[in-house]
Write a protein that binds this ligand. Structure first.
Ligand code: MF3
Ligand code: CO
Length: 256
């Protein structure tokens, strides 16, 4: 069941969304060669506490892993697609890319967003991967309109990504969001005839999150049971926004 939100609820989700945006903006400034992914975790933890919010990921039970997640961030470097675990041992190097994903809960409503940022100077090829993934998200957000269908979103991502020679991950998807971090519907980044294709309605809030591989789409989960990586070792990028469907069109809650 897809829960639709009232304007009052959307205002609450806006506050969570803007907090997540602010956290990611501040974290981007810490990303540089020599920083560790745990430096990001520590800073984010402080920002969430200072805002009087609750971290959405920390303590979240993930059935596929069979355990609770233990960090406020996912930090996924290079061929890591999502769910990379912040670590004092993971030092960022010039030329890397790091996906930073975080969520918060304020006043009972969740916000969730991710971005992938360069570490120092990166190659033109890697820059292009980031640009195309960001563009895929922007195109998908524009399809988040009442009257469209879910596959308009999925298809927009897939078409843009594949027309640039990249591939979209199949095993992980976007999601509805509200009083829970993960609500219906699941939002695949490709058109999957086996999954549902509901009509989109005003008041829905969708966390759209393209995960794009420079090479093949096959994924593998590491022995830590969290970190999802590309099987072929190619780089991967991930961007995510929460979008509310309003009578005025898409409203990106996780961006001012
Ligand atoms: N943004 C991701 C998601 O929406 C991150 C979840 S990490 C988890 O699913 F550990 F909290 F599950
Ligand atoms: Co999400």
């Amino acid at each position: 069941m897809i829960v639709r939100k009232t304007p009052t609820e959307l205002e609450k989700m806006r506050r969570s969304g803007l907090l997540v945006w602010q956290i990611l903006e501040d974290l981007k400034k810490i990303v540089q060669p020599g920083a560790t992914t745990y430096d990001l975790e520590r800073a984010a933890e402080r920002m969430i506490a200072d805002a009087g919010a609750r971290a959405a990921f920390k303590g979240y039970y993930v059935p596929a892993a069979g355990k609770h997640y233990n960090f406020v961030l996912c930090t996924s470097v290079n061929s890591e697609i999502i769910h990379g675990l912040p670590s004092t041992k993971r030092v960022l190097r010039e030329g890397d890319i790091v996906s930073i994903d975080t969520g918060v809960c304020l006043d009972g409503y969740f916000g969730d967003s991710a971005t992938t940022v360069p570490v120092g100077r990166i190659s033109d090829a890697t820059q292009r991967l980031l640009r195309v993934t960001q563009e895929a998200l922007d195109l998908a957000v524009d399809k988040a309109r009442a009257g469209n269908r879910l596959f308009d979103i999925s298809g927009a991502v897939q078409q843009h990504v594949e027309s640039h020679g990249y591939s979209v991950v199949r095993e992980f998807v976007g999601h509805g969001i509200g009083t829970k971090l993960h609500e219906d519907p699941q939002i695949p980044n490709y058109v999957d005839p086996k999954s549902g294709n509901p009509r989109l309605k005003e008041g829905m809030v969708l966390a759209i999150e393209p995960m794009v591989c420079a090479g093949k789409p096959e994924t593998q989960v590491l022995a830590d049971r969290w970190t999802a990586v590309t099987k072929d070792g190619s780089n991967s990028a991930h961007f995510e926004h929460c979008v509310a469907l309003t009578s005025n069109g898409p409203w990106i809650l996780t961006k001012p």
